[in-house]
Design a binder for this molecule. Sequence first.
Ligand SMILES: *Cc1c(COP(=O)(O)O)cnc(C)c1O
Length: 386
Amino acid sequence: MNDRSLLMIPGPIEFEPSVMAAMAVKTPSHVSPEFIEVFGRALTNLRHVFLAPEGQPFVVAGSGTMAMEMAIANCIEPGNHVLVVGTGYFSDRMQRLVEIYGGQATQVKSALGTVPSLAEVEQALQKQTFQAMTITQVDTSTGVRAPVKELAALAKKYNALSIVDGVCSVGAETLHQQAWGVDVALTGSQKALGVPPGLGIMMCSQLAIERWKARTQAVRSMYLDWGQWLPIMKAYENRQPAYFATPPCNLILALDVSLQMLVAEGMEARFSRHQRLADAFRDALYHMNLKLVAADGYQANTLSAVYYPDSTGPALVGAMNRHGIQIAGGLHPEIKQRYFRIGHMGSIHPNDVVACLFALAQSLASVGCPVDTAGLLPRLQSKLTS
Ligand SMILES: *Cc1c(COP(=O)(O)O)cnc(C)c1O
């Protein structure tokens, strides 16, 4: 029954059979008319997914971290000041990237499980001029979600580009990139977009492209330079052949299938489905007396980070595995050994939530921490169907 296990880590996630099937074909030439059509359609569909009708999409081989690095390499020049909205492990990674590319990073820190307040961020913006602000929409280390709309508006007010790491949120958490004035939003294929790992994906505003064109210094990378990729992306969208570096053709076939499914579901329907399932999941966790890392009001809909009950600990992850559900351990260095993470994004079905929660109850019991599950099912039923 091993192949019936559910992968519920915060990416890679469970992928749709039709997405997997799209990859298992003879690799097309990257300049064949059939492939150009698929890549062009995928790029156009990304504008729907990011809700950025005038955005410039990029799809490049690499992981989410590559997309983060591409954003920083192109948007930041040596000496630029960048405000990092501190939320945990992945905002620290942004800070590191800014420094590697010669920028001066200032991080507004927050208490574990929260996001800096808008007032704290604005205070920092008033102190000096920042060329950019980085925001991690969902910090996968703590399951905290940042208010991107409000933060991007602040960045705009102070004339800083807003760069949003949406690796654990794009395609699941509400993001209206263009309406919110977000300049760069980026993700990796393997999380809420539902495609195996290997694609870094980003959407840029026209302002981000203008600022990039006005750079005084060259981008310090060849592979990551928008100057290499911009003509390629434009060519594919115009259904023309082009080459800079070979795209991962089979992954792009899969991306095309997955994006068509996202667009067919509709982004608003998708956002509210994630909200509904996450609400039901959290409600059940509280019912079992479990405590979340993210404070009330900051909880992401794509994953939950949950403290182990006092008497258990990391043995729970193995117990869950034996009950057919793969979950992830902790990631935030301060509390790594004290919590676990469960992903609930992408094509997750209400039945997956139910299966996961009952495996959790059984696993907790097996590691010496029985929880009360009486009344759980009716409660879930009303939440999942409301
Ligand atoms: C997963 C993740 C990343 C890193 O993506 P990789 O594909 O592992 O490189 C970056 N930021 C966030 C918020 C993530 O969840």
